[in-house]
Design a binder for this molecule. Structure first.
Ligand code: IDC
Length: 329
């Protein structure tokens, strides 16, 4: 009898072990859980430092076809990205506040968020303030509505990060950005109280020094710092380093390997120098952009029509560099 019982026990044990989940990849949502901010550092559910590394879409009204489940899976499997940023322009072509098809933009965002969730990746919903209305206060009520909807929809998602204004510019002051943030952050917090929120900084998200002087008082807030390796060099690296040393939580939610126009030459040397610096401070970064537009920043060659499953030969110089950079970790 006890022999049979032992045999049964062994059988049960074998079953349990073979059903045990495969250990989560050590940089995914199931491993880190919901993120938050401690001092200058983005941390996981156990307060361990986290560095997110990934790719941003181009504007989703221009290139919605790259927001699909297989593309996101390719970013994870091929590029080893753990974050995907969805850039929803407020203005310009088909922008959310510029007569764009809101339903269709929201559907694209939803596809991206769900694909990221399925692939155990973090996802950034980016309210892409840039041209035409470079002061985020211009679209404050639209932004409140948008983020109310998004944060309600994704309240239970541990992987969603909200970026409330891509790049304020044209003299938009930090005090205006703060006014805007104070209107939008509470709307998000109502539905997703612990979510991480990235706030853009003046001068195309470069003036993190302004945020150091007068930070917001909410928890789990990070400040955007953007750079384009062809344009921004040592002065900007110093600006970022100083902000970090002053305890400011910074997120590089967008950078390019070329000049600030998205074009010009691909600059490997400066791009490598930047990544080395970001790594030394454990700062998260997201590359612009996932599309095949004939411009240097694009990671897919313009001759390649595939919207997922890319091979190395489908990638531009910038795409190959990103592939090699992300796979080093
Ligand atoms: C650029 C795109 C380009 C598009 C333009 C529209 O690469 O194809 O025509 O926007 O204004 C940013 C912005 C980002 C820019 C990018 C390159 O966040 O939207 O994309 N850039 O100029 N900040 C610095 C550079």
């Amino acid at each position: 009898m006890s022999k049979i019982r032992n045999l049964l026990l062994v059988a049960v044990l074998i079953c349990v072990t073979s059903l045990a989940p495969i250990p989560a990849q050590a940089s995914s949502v199931s491993y880190y859980g919901a993120l938050h901010v401690r001092g200058a550092q983005l941390v996981d559910k156990n307060d361990h430092a986290v560095q997110l590394r990934g790719v941003s879409t181009h504007g989703i009204a221009w290139f919605p076809e790259y927001v699909n489940a297989k593309a996101v899976k390719s970013l994870k499997d091929t590029f080893h990205a753990n974050v995907f940023r969805i850039a929803c322009y407020t203005d310009e072509y088909g922008g959310y506040c510029n007569g764009g098809d809101k339903k269709s933009l929201e559907k694209t965002i939803d596809t991206g968020v769900k694909a990221a969730e399925k692939n155990d990746m973090y996802v950034i919903i980016d309210w892409h303030v840039l041209n035409e209305h470079p002061n985020p206060l211009d679209h404050k009520s639209a932004a409140k509505k948008f983020f109310k909807k998004m944060s309600k929809k994704y309240a239970k998602y541990d992987n969603v990060i909200y970026e409330i204004c891509n790049e304020p510019n044209s003299g938009t002051s930090w005090s205006d950005i703060k006014k805007y943030a104070k209107a939008v952050i509470p709307v998000i917090r109502k539905n997703a109280p612990d979510s991480v929120v990235i706030v853009g900084t003046p001068t195309w998200s470069q003036d993190v020094d302004k945020a150091v002087q007068s930070p917001l008082t909410y928890k789990n807030v990070m400040y955007a710092f953007h750079f384009y390796a062809g344009t921004h060099h040592d002065d900007y690296r110093k600006k970022l380093t100083d902000a970090y040393k002053n305890g400011l939580p910074v997120f590089v939610s967008e950078f390019g390997t070329c000049d600030a126009s998205g074009n010009g030459g691909f600059n490997k040397k400066e791009s490598d120098t930047w990544i080395e610096l970001l790594d030394s401070m454990n700062i998260s970064y997201v590359n612009w952009s996932l599309c095949n537009k004939a411009e240097t920043a694009s990671i897919i060659k313009s001759s390649c029509k595939k919207t997922s499953g890319w091979k190395k030969s489908d990638l531009t110089k910038s795409g190959k560099w990103l592939y090699e950079t992300l796979r080093k970790y």
